[in-house]
Design a protein. Sequence first.
Length: 81
Amino acid sequence: MPVTGQDGTAVPAAPRARAATFLRCLCDGARLMVGVPSYDVYVEHMRHNHPDKPLMTYAEFFRDRQAARYGGGSGGGLRCC
């Protein structure tokens, strides 16, 4: 199903692909700003550099990154009060 612009004309695939790439980069940047690195980058890194080690699930990865950023209940990290 073709995508149409505001004037009803079909939007070519190349601009749609560029827009999708831009949006993906924007979302990745926002995630990094709030401290949530990309799970896909983690998976690629692990498969390339550590193929013998098991991968964390997305939920495990998220908890691990949050613990690394905020201290994870170990008494360290940032506190609000």
